[in-house]
Design a protein around this ligand. Structure first.
Ligand SMILES: *Cc1c(COP(=O)(O)O)cnc(C)c1O
Length: 426
């Protein structure tokens, strides 16, 4: 077969884009070379519907070993008693939990999308808001912190079946214990979606949700630095709340209901090549090197936040506990959209983001979200943050000047030369 140069040339172009730019999208990262190698392998050819030892197809003995290894390593990473590594992405992990725990029309309570929550936590545009009655809590206008008083009062009044914590644009840690206390009062389940800070939680650098939240979901490609994918975990198993029974008439455990919700509930064949890459990534997370990576993420985020504050930028909650920060640009008279588009031209990639109580549309926004996991993987330390912020500031203070943008673009290019990415790829 002729080599598809059209596609492979584009892939080469994307590699160069990743190498030459400063990647500040908080949900992105660079996997190790071996994680990528595992992903591009032969299990992509294999159908393996079901679970290790209980498949609907023959020839699964090797993928059974791969998936079992991924599960066992993941359990070790989070000190969990059960895990499912099949969800194709973070959204799918959440779909499976809802399917296993809720009936259509049940009430759920999650952080408002416009305050940092995720689409799958009850947005009207998403399955979570279409199939369930979605209620939301927010953050305090004064402090930018989750308004736990509001969460508790809505929970007591509305009695949702499930309370969801976790976010996509929240720079502070969570009080899981407090959320569990109100959930116990009203008989609700608590789901923690740790898609963003999972890598920091894995190494004990943030509060541990597992003893307080019944179910924990995550992506594998953000701070966990694995392949694109999703996972579901339990530390403590329990009877499923819908009273679903097995063929013998016994109430099924939550773990067994979650397995059934992933397959056959909402997915077909698992991506065993991606599961192999997940296993490689989980192995990497278990090392001390990954702990050092997590610690560096926090140091870099702190240094970057301080550098922005020094230049008069307004950070929501005035800082960060984790890998990201949310910046309100209104005092700088720039919209999030304009900031994103202009920085993009200088090869600095980040995303526009609504800030709490934003007066602009989600397509424009008043803010930007900035994250350090990817640049930390590239090898930057806290000493480099001042340089990165000064380049961002230079562009944002002169957004209509093409000469400034070109100067910064050249500076970015020269600066990134010292942080090689995938040298194995030539
Ligand atoms: C990123 C994210 C997800 C969804 O992940 P996908 O892999 O994009 O489906 C779910 N929840 C939260 C909180 C996220 O930040």
């Amino acid at each position: 077969m002729q080599k598809d140069t059209l596609v492979f040339d584009l892939l080469k172009k994307e590699l160069e884009r990743q190498r030459n730019g400063i990647e500040l999208i908080a949900s992105e990262n660079f996997t190790s070379y071996q994680v990528m190698q595992a992903m591009g392998t032969v299990p992509t050819n294999k159908y393996a519907e079901g679970y290790p030892g209980k498949r609907y197809y023959g020839g699964c003995e090797v993928v059974d070993e791969i998936e079992t290894l991924a599960i066992e390593r993941l359990k070790k990473v989070f000190n969990a008693s059960w895990a499912n590594v099949q969800p194709h992405a973070g959204a799918q992990a959440n779909v499976a939990v809802f399917l296993a725990c809720l009936k259509p029309g049940d009430k759920i309570l999650g952080l408002d999308l416009s305050m940092g929550g995720h689409l799958t936590h009850g947005s009207p545009a998403n399955f979570s808001g279409k199939n369930y009655q979605a209620l939301s809590y927010g953050v305090s206008k004064e402090t930018g912190l989750v308004d736990y008083d509001q969460l508790e009062s809505i929970a007591r009044k509305e009695k949702p079946k499930m309370i969801i914590c976790g976010a996509s644009a929240y720079s502070r840690d969570w009080d899981y214990k407090r959320i569990r206390a109100v959930a116990d009062e009203i008989g609700a389940l608590v789901m923690a979606d740790i898609a963003h800070p999972a890598g920091l939680i894995a190494k004990g650098l943030l509060n541990d949700p597992f003893d307080h939240c019944h179910i924990v979901t995550s992506t594998t490609h953000k701070t966990l630095r694995g392949p694109r994918g999703g996972i579901i975990m339990l530390r403590h198993d329990f009877d499923n709340p819908l009273g679903i029974k097995d063929p013998k008439g016994n109430i099924r455990s939550m773990s067994s209901c979650l397995d059934l919700a992933v397959f056959p509930g909402m997915q077909g064949g698992p991506l065993e090549h991606v599961i192999a890459a997940k296993a490689v990534a989980f192995g990497e997370i278990l090392t001390d090197e990954f702990k050092a990576y997590g610690e560096q993420i926090i140091k870099n985020a702190q240094a970057m936040a301080a550098s922005f504050v020094k230049r008069g930028y307004n950070l929501i909650s005035n800082g960060t506990d984790n890998h990201l920060m949310l910046i309100d640009l209104r005092n700088k008279n720039i919209t999030g959209k304009k900031a994103q588009e202009t920085l993009d031209k200088a090869h600095i990639t980040l995303n526009k983001n609504a800030v709490p109580f934003d007066d602009k549309s989600p397509f424009v926004t008043s803010g930007i979200r900035v994250g350090v996991p990817a640049i930390t993987t590239r090898g930057m330390n806290e000493g480099h943050m001042e340089t990165v912020v000064s380049m961002i500031d230079k562009v944002l203070m002169d957004t209509d000047n093409e000469a400034t943008i070109t100067t910064v673009k050249n500076d970015v290019y020269a600066f990134m030369k010292q942080f090689p990415l995938y040298p194995e790829l030539g």
